[in-house]
Design a protein around this ligand. Structure first.
Ligand code: KG4
Ligand code: ZN
Length: 355
């Protein structure tokens, strides 16, 4: 009997159980993460090994180093998640693993590890989309939150405004035409001489700056009848400002520049996301992805949502950046709908809802 038919009963038991345990695994970029989830929303444990100190030496993620580090750490990270939840692999009902999008070599480590566990323990398994996982971070934060709602996803690799019609059904309302929001933060940080990852560093520096010192708005981003946006122009404006000043021997107020850049990104994201939520008659706007950790963006969206009479949801800080609890959660809801992967599951670097 092959794996798929061998695990049929285990899958039915998982689907029918009231609160089955899901092991989540995430290795799409620079965090090796595992988590144990009970039912759809109760996080029993989260374990993360971050590679940030290694990649910081190179100013960004080095894919080959990422894959090797995942391979070295994954066993210990999964063990830690099981141990701190007080359970063993025998208690697990299914495995959910990030299978796209991301660095292909990094994804391969998590997917291969998940397959190994699924085969050895006769467990059902599902490959999960990382961006869907970020959206699901909101389910972990708000017990009663259910689709439909509008979601602004701003991460290092993706920036989208998505209508979440159901747990497994999405419609693209808008997206970046070029750089993702996190990517723009990272590139601007580098121009300002700040270390990787740039988002938290720019946020810190911006606290001491004047956000109206450098006007960095573009007509395209100010147009709220169109939900696409662009960050390449704003990023390039910052980089050029730094270069020009350097050539002329002038000094730039880095804190003012950081604050002005952050203000421009926050303004664009919040105005467009709120406009999209209203245009689609949604009552709730959620925020997701690594940039959702930005406190200025969180505060601004809260204000804009209050003004527009929308409920605003954002993940708890521990669920903002990459983690495996959000993957387990999204996996749970998709598996509940009858979806599962076979052993031919292949990771893919492909994007999310591309037009
Ligand atoms: O979602 P994530 O952890 O990984 C991807 O799926 O890409 O997002 C990482 C991104 C990085 O670009 C990082 O600079 C950004 O999120 N980020 C932030 C903040 N914290 C993380 N950007 C702005 N402000 C922050 N506080
Ligand atoms: Zn992510």
């Amino acid at each position: 009997m092959n794996y798929f038919s061998r695990t049929k009963t285990a899958f039915e038991q998982y689907i029918n159980a009231e609160a089955p345990l899901t092991l989540g695994i995430e290795t799409s970029c620079d965090e090796t993460a595992a988590a144990i989830l009970r039912g759809g929303r109760e996080v029993l444990s989260m374990a993360v090994h971050t590679q940030i100190p290694i990649h910081r030496l190179y100013g960004g993620v080095v894919p080959e180093i990422a894959s090797r580090s995942h391979a070295e750490r994954i066993t210990a990270v999964v063990d830690e998640a099981l141990k701190s939840a007080g359970v063993s692999l025998d208690d697990i009902g299914a495995v959910a693993v990030t299978s796209s999008p991301g660095l292909i070599g990094a994804l391969l480590v998590g997917v291969s590890f998940a397959k190994g566990i699924a085969m050895a323990k006769n467990l059902p398994m599902l490959g999960v989309n990382h961006i869907e996982g970020h959206i699901a971070a909101n389910y972990l934060t708000y017990e009663g939150l259910e689709p439909p709602f509008m979601c602004l996803i701003a991460s290092g690799g993706h920036s989208h405004i998505v209508l979440v019609k159901d747990y497994d059904e999405f419609e693209l309302a808008g997206r970046t035409r070029d750089d993702a929001a996190g990517e723009a933060f990272d590139k601007v940080a580098r121009a300002l001489g700040l270390p990787y990852p740039g988002g938290p560093e720019v946020e810190k520096l911006a606290r001491e700056g004047n956000s109206s010192a450098y006007p960095l708005h573009t007509p395209f981003n100010a147009d709220t009848t169109n939900f696409d946006f662009s960050f390449s122009g704003v990023k390039t404006a910052v980089v050029n400002l730094m270069h020009n000043a350097e050539q002329k021997g002038e000094s730039v107020n880095r804190a003012d520049l950081a604050a002005s850049f952050q203000h421009s990104v926050v303004e664009t994201l919040s105005k467009k996301a709120v406009a999209a939520a209203l245009a689609y008659n949604m009552k709730t706007l959620a925020l997701a992805g690594g940039v959702s950790a930005n406190s200025v963006l969180r505060e601004r969206l809260q204000k804009e949502c209050d003004k527009a009479n929308l409920r605003f949801c954002r993940p708890d800080m521990r669920f903002c950046t990459d983690n495996a609890a959000m993957i387990a959660c999204q996996g749970y809801y998709r598996m509940k709908k009858g979806e599962r992967s076979d052993l031919d599951l292949n990771p893919s670097a492909e994007s999310f809802l591309s037009r």
